[in-house]
Unconditional design. Structure first.
Length: 197
């Protein structure tokens, strides 16, 4: 929706006037110049209202982004304190729209909402005696509640021999995504993150 211009409001005022010699509609008349003066305020108010409508949606906000962040409780432990405006906006939308779920499509949608399109989820079937072929990978009962999120290799850094003892073998720049997934996953499950094609 585009805001109306000053001339549109002036024309509308002129069309609403009653007919007669006392109500001149020529552009140079005192009455139409008075309406033109009023119309500047109306056009500015209309533009402000349209901007306010855009700001009321967290997907398109710019001026009220900090208010939306405080409403959503951001920054939290799962979000970047300093990020680009689009990253901050995506974090707000992700936090507000996260309703909870325990399905693979739900977590894939969270990853896509944070900018990681193409993520997949692998669930590990539990091996049962008599139902597993010889030579197949054995996954006992603890694997019943383990699942893996497969992501592209964005920001993935393998550990080096010179790293300190206790560092992860593979650290990533996807800490926001990992934290959000770990926070929203069902409490009885364990999630693994796999980076690569």
């Amino acid at each position: 929706m585009e805001p109306l211009k000053k001339e549109d409001y002036t024309t509308a005022h002129g069309l609403l006037l009653p007919r007669g010699l006392a109500w001149p509609r020529t552009s140079g008349s005192v009455l139409m110049r008075l309406f033109a003066g009023f119309s500047r305020s109306y056009a500015a108010l209309h533009a402000s209202l349209i901007l306010l409508i855009r700001e009321l949606d967290p997907r398109s906000t710019t001026a009220f982004l900090s208010e939306w962040e405080s409403f959503a409780g951001l920054p939290d432990e799962c979000s970047l304190v300093v990020g680009t405006e689009s990253e901050r906006r995506a974090a707000v939308v992700s936090k507000i729209t996260a309703t909870g779920g325990a399905t693979a499509p739900y977590f894939i949608a969270i990853a896509a909402g944070l900018g990681y399109v193409g993520a997949t989820v692998t669930e590990f079937p539990v091996s049962r005696f008599g139902r597993v072929r010889f030579g197949a990978r054995f996954q006992g009962r603890p694997w019943r509640n383990v699942w893996q999120m497969n992501l592209s290799a964005q920001g993935s850094t393998p550990a080096r021999f010179t790293d300190r003892f206790g560092t992860r073998f593979n650290t990533s720049g996807n800490t926001v995504l990992e934290c959000r997934i770990v926070k929203l996953k069902p409490a009885h499950t364990t999630v693994l993150f796999h980076y690569g094609t």
